[in-house]
Design a protein around this ligand. Structure first.
Ligand SMILES: Cc1ncc(COP(=O)(O)O)c(C=O)c1O
Length: 415
């Protein structure tokens, strides 16, 4: 007979070898918490490319002052209780209305975390009689939402509309329940974007609904920052638009925007929120201001896009494969072969004061290391030049075979 805890002593599980080694460099690196384009890592100042501070709002003194003011008034505890019981306030209601208006949807529902918002939204609307068709590279929160919902589910090849259509056709042959297409908007790891015009056309053709988790497009994509749907001009066709506050909004929480009856249903049925304390007042106060900034301050988005163009071009010019994606994400693909070489690249960059994080299989094909770099409005030209110089040095010192990347990338991730 096996003891339940036996595995905890071995190196299985997520990042098992790193866990067993007690590593705090590659996995769970310990960083000074003050966020910004520069941060402190292992006592050294580093240029930070791994936080989702797209618009630089994590560094806004105006927002910090507002948070302090809210903390003085409400403390860390308010409101006490779930929204269903004692945690509902006029401020929460007003913030939901403000998000609904900005997102041009009838209504919006706040959640405490993006992760819980995605699970709560999906699982409240879908049950075992329904089917979910999900993009293969969708974030864990969507997969967990599917598992919690107990819906039947099918996985389509990443952003492959033929694959999606064949699943829709198959499900409709003998369809009893509803169908939900689930995808990220901007895919957070590689920065590519779901083909929303085609997905919207398919959902209409096959009488399905679409849920989009636009964690990385929210506040970022589209002229007004309303996200990936706005970028493509199909925002009004998205049945459920979800955004997290943990990235461009530089806070905590998330929001589901949809029609009035669907939002009301979610409010009364999303277990991840009805059985949890409501979003703290500090965030409610701060987010109202953050939304004003995101809606009205085009300068931050413009700077982010300029910085994204500069860093992508600079690293690409060195011969690295950099994703041609419409989002600001700078996805640098390095043929790292085995794990030790990957770790050596990360270590060299960090030693030069450039903090990047490596992403591996199954997000990218085996043997490839993806540096998922987030250009923000607060990076400076000097940050960018120093980073490009560091990538050049790593290329030369470690004699990276950059030419091999394209061939290796042709393999579908996760296959
Ligand atoms: C696509 C996507 N959805 C959901 C989440 C979870 O959001 P949060 O950190 O607000 O819980 C993330 C965060 O990494 C994400 O990238």
């Amino acid at each position: 007979m096996k003891d339940l805890f036996e595995k905890c002593l071995g190196d299985s599980g997520y990042f098992g070898p790193f866990r067993v080694r007690g590593d705090h460099y590659f996995s769970r690196p310990v960083l000074d918490p003050v966020p910004g384009h520069e941060m402190i890592f292992h006592g050294q100042k580093v240029i930070q490319w791994s936080i989702n501070n797209y618009l630089g709002l994590a560094e806004s003194e105006e927002i910090k002052a507002l948070a302090v003011e809210a903390a003085r008034t409400y403390g860390a505890s308010a409101p006490m209780g779930a929204r269903m019981m004692t945690g509902n306030t006029e401020y929460h209601i007003a913030l939901e209305k403000k998000f609904a208006d900005w997102l041009q949807k009838e209504d919006a529902v706040l959640f405490n975390y993006g992760y819980l918002g995605v699970i709560g939204t999906i699982a409240s609307l879908v049950d075992a009689t329904d089917t979910i068709i999900v993009d293969k590279l969708s974030h864990a929160s969507m997969l967990d939402g599917i598992f919690v919902s107990q819906a039947k589910f099918r996985v389509y090849r990443h952003n492959d509309m033929n694959s999606l259509e064949s699943h829709l056709k198959h499900v409709n042959k003998d369809r009893k329940g509803g169908v939900m297409i689930v995808t990220e908007g901007v895919f957070g790891m590689r920065g590519d974007i779901a083909d929303l015009p085609a997905i919207c056309a398919l959902k209409e053709k096959y009488d399905a609904r679409i849920f989009i988790d636009d964690a990385h497009g929210f506040g970022v994509m589209g002229e007004k920052g309303r996200g990936s749907g706005e970028y493509f001009g199909v925002h009004d066709k998205l049945d459920i638009y979800f955004g997290t506050f943990a990235k461009a909004f530089a806070a905590i929480g998330g929001v589901t925007a949809t029609t009035k009856p669907v939002a009301e249903w979610i409010r009364y049925n999303a277990r991840t929120q009805i059985f949890a304390k409501s979003l703290p007042m500090i965030y409610v106060q701060v987010l109202s201001k953050t939304l004003d900034i995101i809606a009205n301050d085009q300068a931050r988005r413009k700077k982010m896009w300029e910085n994204a163009a500069k860093i992508k071009a600079g690293i690409r010019d060195l011969g690295y494969e950099v994703g041609e994606v419409p989002s600001p994400l700078c996805a640098v693909y390095v043929p790292a072969g085995d794990v030790p070489l990957g770790m050596a690249i990360i270590k060299s960059l960090r030693d030069m004061g450039i903090f990047v994080t490596g992403v591996i299989y199954p997000v990218v094909p085996k043997g490839i290391l993806l540096f998922r770099m987030v250009p923000t409005a607060s990076h400076t030209d000097e940050d960018i030049q120093r980073t490009i110089a560091a990538f050049k040095k790593v290329r030369d010192d470690l004699k990276l075979d950059l030419g091999a990347t394209k061939t290796m990338m042709s393999q579908e991730p996760g296959d």
